[in-house]
Design a protein around this ligand. Structure first.
Ligand SMILES: [Zn+2]
Length: 380
């Protein structure tokens, strides 16, 4: 069993310990110490980061109360080592984790729902609840959580005796055996938990819901707290400044700017369709000839207009209409229709001498052809 230094002191970051064992594994070495400040991956939270004798700890795991540190280089069993955890990273996890207790405590108090899934990594944090509430209700709890944070309530951790525990009402994610560590947020929440927390809610700074969705039979809340919330705020402001600069909108006017930009874009798209159709009308009109077969060749960026061109041709030619879109270098898309001529036969003839991909039925064929326009129109 490894002595968990973080259990009693969440703020310690440097320690000396004895190497009990060092074993080579697939990718590096796994080291067990007599004691450690490294919080392992546990309860949905990713582990502490840091070094042992200057060697980076790549992962920390716990099994049967033994904590294993994974390193790229070995440490000699029986020697003393100096461990350092990255306290900047640890403190952010403490802020995030402590905020989870407050919010989950409020969800339980107001709705009676349990936190049935918790995930805390460096780039995302989610809390899953076993019942549904609305985003508006979640925002009310967010405000209440922030009021608790500002009031500076104490957060304590202790191991009550079996007798005391039996009398205590507390939240717990799983059936617990052995000594139970109880974490209490003053006037707010009592919960069984093994992780390091801040001593006072004011150290959390801020709690913010980032996204909210229905999940299984309940809801999933994605959130940030403390410095991670501050860093996220700066990232979003930086994005907004970039948007503001890109669309030439004043600060605070970005949303209206984007709405206007979108309206303008839709108007342009509409105008673009109108102009392309007008171009097709004029082209077909100017190329009119006395024939049962009408052929219209469009530039390569007109592929979205093929059906329109085909419909327009049908007004003038009764036997067959053929629309080709492309150029001699990169090839053509084609679409042909006829009520009286078997186009499937034409397609099969074309396949004998041209590089062509396509299919259809006797009354309509389509596909792509790599050939010169003069060769293609010879088949129709
Ligand atoms: Zn906790």
């Amino acid at each position: 069993m490894t002595e968990k230094l973080y259990d009693k002191d969440a703020y310690g970051s440097e320690f000396n310990a004895t190497v009990l064992s060092c074993e080579e594994v697939k990718k590096g070495f796994k080291v067990v110490l007599d004691k450690t400040f490294f919080f392992p991956e546990e309860g949905g939270q990713t582990p502490d980061q840091g070094t042992l004798n200057g060697i980076a700890v790549t992962h920390v795991a716990i099994k049967d109360d033994v904590i294993t540190h994974y390193l790229e280089s070995p440490l000699e069993a029986g020697t003393n080592v100096t461990g350092k955890i990255d306290f900047t990273h640890r403190f952010r996890n403490m802020q995030m984790h402590s905020a989870e207790h407050i919010f989950s405590g409020l969800v339980f108090k107001h709705f009676g729902f349990n936190n049935v899934g918790f995930h805390l990594s460096d780039n995302s944090a989610t809390m899953d609840y076993d019942g549904k509430f609305t985003y508006e209700e979640a925002l009310k709890l967010e405000k209440e959580a922030n009021e608790i944070i500002i009031k500076g309530k104490s957060i304590t951790a202790e191991y009550p005796s079996a007798e005391e525990l039996a009398k205590l009402t507390y939240r717990s994610k799983k059936e617990l055996s052995g000594p139970v560590r109880i974490v209490t947020v003053e006037d707010t929440d009592v919960c069984a938990c093994c992780a390091p927390h801040v001593h006072n809610t004011s150290e959390i700074g801020i709690f913010k819901i980032v996204s909210f969705e229905n999940y299984k039979s309940g809801v999933r809340v994605n959130y940030l707290a403390g410095f991670r919330a501050l860093e996220d705020y700066e990232k979003r402001l930086s994005d907004l400044r970039e948007i503001s600069r890109t669309i030439s909108a004043k600060a605070g006017e970005e949303l209206n700017g984007v709405i206007k930009l979108n309206d303008d874009l839709n108007a342009c798209k509409f105008k673009d369709v109108e102009l392309r159709n007008r171009y097709i009308d004029l082209k077909i009109q100017s190329e009119l000839k006395e024939s049962g077969t009408g052929i219209c060749v469009l530039p390569e960026d007109f592929s979205s207009c093929i059906k329109y061109a085909s419909e327009t041709l049908k007004k003038h030619y009764k036997d067959m209409t053929v629309v080709l879109c492309g150029n001699d270098d990169t090839g053509y898309r084609f679409y042909a229709e006829s009520d009286s001529i078997n186009l499937a036969e034409i397609l099969s003839d074309m396949k004998k001498s041209l590089e062509i991909k396509g299919g259809g039925k006797p009354s309509a064929i389509q596909g792509t052809i790599s050939a010169k326009i003069a060769e293609i129109v010879g088949f129709f």
